[in-house]
Design a protein around this ligand. Sequence first.
Ligand code: DC
Length: 220
Amino acid sequence: MPDSHIPVITIDGPTASGKGTVAALVAERLGFHLLDSGALYRLTALSAMRAGISLDDEQAVAQIAEALPASFANEGVFLDGEEVGAAIRVEEVGNNASKIAAFPGVRQALYELQLGFRKAPGLVADGRDMGTVIFPSAKLKVFLTASVEARAERRYKQLIGKGISANMEDLLEDLQARDDRDTHRTVAPLVPAEGAYILDTSDMTVEVAVEQVLHWHALL
Ligand code: DC
């Protein structure tokens, strides 16, 4: 039976826009499954780094993505059985994920894996191209954004909270470089999907953003 009847909510947006947090809470409230697609690009980058593969070698990185030994369980992220939830969140892995995500071969390799997350009773999928490429038939598409300053501040607080030192200027520069790469790449660039609701969370709490998405969902 095709999966097309299973509801999907896509939440796309730039890095540190809060979409991961909002997506997780919306999924929890609705009892839906969750796809953190950025984690797949991060796992691919981490796996390639550990294997000593050049991140400029599209074919080799795509091969890693094709056979990615990734699993998600009990809110943990596993690579070959090892919990790597913290390892994939470091800035270096995020930057490398953004680089390898520009390769069409890598995106193609992760395509089917992402479709597999569409399971009853529903899915909340967050990323950059969830509404445009992976789940174009999604019932509700949201584009979550926030000013680069608000996003840098959130990232700064997140890192400091984890006891990781951070520098605001470096973070701003990093975010701008990543935005630029994610927005201007030729395959699956970061753009709002047709019909997407735009949600600017610069001056909004997570709770308000979650309620807004749930409200849109209830209207459909
Ligand atoms: O959402 P995130 O910061 O964890 O994603 C890390 C990188 O992965 C991001 O800079 C771009 C890439 N990515 C992508 O190209 N497509 C997605 N659907 C999700 C992430």
